[in-house]
Design a protein around this ligand. Structure first.
Ligand SMILES: CNS(=O)(=O)c1ccc(CNC(=O)c2cnc(OC)c3c2cnn3-c2ccc(F)cc2)cc1
Length: 278
């Protein structure tokens, strides 16, 4: 029997790795603590709670409001979206910083992982604010369909972004599953120019262990390969975004150079990243 001092509260035994009766294997306790930390970080860095987005889901833009967006010039609408996208990325940067171990990585590796992964996590998170019943996404305080983004001149990109959000909704991820998947999208050992790949790999193994443990616990192992299949779609979406940005910057070099948010430029153009914007 466990010694009395190991029983706290409602008969829950404290964790003592030396105790043969210990209910937790160190790895299981570690996994549960890691999951708690990651889902808390995800919640704290998602600008809206799911209930808030749910309550807003039928707040649609009027014809006049849509027409006003569609009447914006290409560069005006690009500026507007760049600001929104940068805001979403800033929350992802904050999420990354709270992933246990992330701040232990070298500064350059943190920047490399964010430069290549932050947009991917923004796209994963967009499924939280996507209404599959009318294919609208929460943008600027109301729900909008792809037609609102017409003046961007990136119809194919926006359709792909909406389709991806739709396909993520179909997986019906819990916040914990989305949080763990988002951390795995960021902590990716295949990113180019990583200096300490081994350290990223060790973080990733822990996170993979968390995801597979939680999928097993929820009896949803089939989700595992569906999630990993999303990674290639994410990467092609991000390449398309960078391609469109390159096309836009050819047409409006001054807008990108002097009006776009610095963080947006550092993450999505070939300018060398500077630390202070992260
Ligand atoms: C992520 N957390 S959340 O609480 O669910 C949450 C959800 C939504 C919003 C406010 N909407 C957006 O930010 C937003 C909505 N739709 C987009 O695109 C359809 C956005 C957004 C930001 N960038 N882009 C975007 C632009 C161009 C592109 F190629 C890819 C993505 C705030 C917060």
């Amino acid at each position: 029997q466990p010694s009395p001092d190991q029983t706290i509260g409602m008969g829950i035994r404290s964790y003592d790795p030396e105790d043969p009766y210990c209910p937790y294997r160190p790895s299981l306790l570690h996994i549960e603590e890691l999951c708690d930390s990651i889902v808390r970080s995800h919640r704290d860095t998602s600008q809206f709670r799911l209930e808030e987005l749910q309550a807003l889901r039928w707040k649609l833009f009027s014809r006049e409001e849509i027409h006003a967006y569609q009447s914006k010039s290409v560069d005006e609408m690009w500026q507007h979206c760049a600001v929104r996208l940068t805001e979403a990325v800033q929350y992802v940067v904050e999420f990354a910083k709270r992933i246990p171990g992330f701040r232990g990585l070298g500064q350059n590796d943190q920047i490399t992982l964010l430069k290549t992964g932050s947009m991917e996590v923004v796209l994963v998170r967009m499924s939280r604010c996507f209404n599959t019943e009318n294919s609208t996404v929460f943008f600027d305080g109301k729900f909008a369909s792809t037609e609102l983004f017409k003046s961007l001149g990136c119809g194919d990109l926006m359709v792909a972004v909406f389709d991806f959000a739709h396909s993520m909704c179909a997986l019906r991820l819990t916040e914990l599953q989305m949080a763990l998947f988002s951390s795995l999208v960021l902590i990716n050992t295949d990113r180019p120019c990583l200096e300490d790949r081994g350290r990223v790999h060790r973080m990733r193994k822990d996170l993979e262990g968390c995801l597979s443990h939680m999928l097993r616990r929820d009896n949803q192992e089939s989700l595992q390969h569906k999630l990993y299949q999303k990674v290639s779609v994410l990467q092609s979406l991000c390449s398309l975004h960078v391609e469109k940005l390159h096309w836009f910057s050819q047409l409006y070099p001054l807008t990108v150079h002097s009006v776009f948010p610095p963080l947006y430029k550092e993450l999505f153009t070939s300018d060398l990243p500077s630390v202070d914007s992260l």
